[in-house]
Design a protein around this ligand. Sequence first.
Ligand code: FAD
Length: 559
Amino acid sequence: MTELSWQTRSRALKRMADEIFDLLIIGGGITGAGLALDGSARGLRVALVEKRDFAAGTSSRSTKLIHGGLRYLEHYDFALVREGLRERALLVKLAPHLVEPFPFVVPVYEQSRRNYDRPLKMRAGMILYDLLAGKYNLGRHRRLNRAEALQLAPQLDPRGLKGAFVYYDCLTDDARLVIEVLKSAHECGAVPASYARATGFLRDEAGRIAGAHLRDELTGDEISARARLVINATGVWMEETLSLSSAAGNGAAKSVRPSKGIHLTVPADRLRVNAAWLIPSLTGHRFYFVVPWQGRVNIGTTDTDYQGDKNAPRAEADEVREILGAINSYFPDAQLDSSDVITSWAGLRPLISDPMIQSTTAISRKEELLESDNGLISLAGGKLTTYRLMAERGIDLAARRLRERFGINTSGQRTSDIPVGGAPERHEIEPAAQRLAQSEGFTPETAHHLVTAYGTEAARIAEIAREDVRLRAHLVNGLPHLAAEVVYAARYEMALTLADVLARRTRLLMLAGKAAVECAPMVAELMAGELRWDEREVKRQIAQLTDEYEREYATPHAD
Ligand code: FAD
């Protein structure tokens, strides 16, 4: 991988001011990153701007499943599910370090005890899920007996438990998926810059969009970036971006209806599960996922209409209480309370609204590709899982317009053949981790973490760790992350703030909460060396991180 540092960003912004790009993508979540990879792989000159950090929006706050969506079968969205299952299989191949097949389990109780269970319907859904996956299936669903079910969740309520069904989907790390896709895009020639906000649009004589005004959020500098086509990939901010071009309602009759979903992160020894579980909510209208993830357990999510500040969605006390209530009812031995919750966090789904539909749960997860009369293309909705396909459709349209209007032809590779980031072969993951542990003296947990988070780039982190013994230190007690990752994030992943490193390059803010905030001075010292921060900047960064933790991850008192 080539350097992707603060210097790369400065050069990127300069290029945006000086050159004309074929495509300017606004938004650095998974949708924007996917578009940047697809466009640059087809030989287009692509720039991407993100107003905060890459993945700072919805794309770091998902349930982290790469899935067809068993639940969408209820809405007879078969094509959508099949599409998700195909993309899932592709990602298992293209990003094996980040996309891990995993068992998902649904408990079955005697009707009298848990009358909100629907085992027959569930079974029918799983049969259909297997059929829709066809040759892309990861493993057929099967029935577990009571003892097998309890082995996978020893704290599960045994009273009336008849058994369980198990099926297969995948787990990922959403923010790392974004950064790895973006790194691949950069390797293909794309020019990305974080902390660069689009504040307005440039127009040609015919009134068509011909670029964007950008504000460098770190220096306040204003830049005019020229591009033949602009794509709006700003997720729940889609309409705000459209309104910058006075294109709201113009070619975009549909609008984004943000739906909020929260998650709780709890210690793995407080909720002992050896698979991901689907647990019905107390009303029985939805399932919560209970997902072992990076040494913790994530529980979520909710799905509620949201009208608050899109920049700072957070979990509220009643939402935390509701989830804990459902979990405690199924895992009575766990008796979780809010003091067990390490962090709670919220994300906003960019659902494309249909005015006829009342509930956000019923809105399709299919993406929308919109074209305004002034030439602006907008791509929103969909899922993390289908980002590659969404991007392919978005770039197909952009390529058509570039050919028609500017005679530009695309060539190059399709993303279905391009490995994501430092993807190793799947069968290489464990041997590579073992070799790393042996050669560098890392613990097996650290070696495994490095290979699954960074793929073949784990070797470069090992190289950095050899620069100074302090870089071999663990950032947070009991978690495998190394200080060397901070340096790597600054040099190769455009991390510019403490939160970029702690919340999104490593997921320590989510996984460790306060303990991650406590390691901020150590991380700041390392960042200061890379980004030339003075003492005042270090203090400002620590205050900003503490603020981000309080606003976005601290658990409201729910008891
Ligand atoms: P975002 O990630 O929000 O990216 C948009 C970006 O645009 C933001 O980073 C924002 O800062 C930037 N931006 C906005 N305005 C500007 C501007 N003016 N200038 C520059 N940049 C700007 N999908 C799955 O497949 N599996 C799951 O398990 C799953 N779980 C989910 C759980 C929850 C609770 C939620 C909310 C979603 C979940 N999803 C899941 C859906 C998935 O997370 C989203 O579809 C996806 O992350 C959306 O990505 P995006 O890039 O479109 O939006």
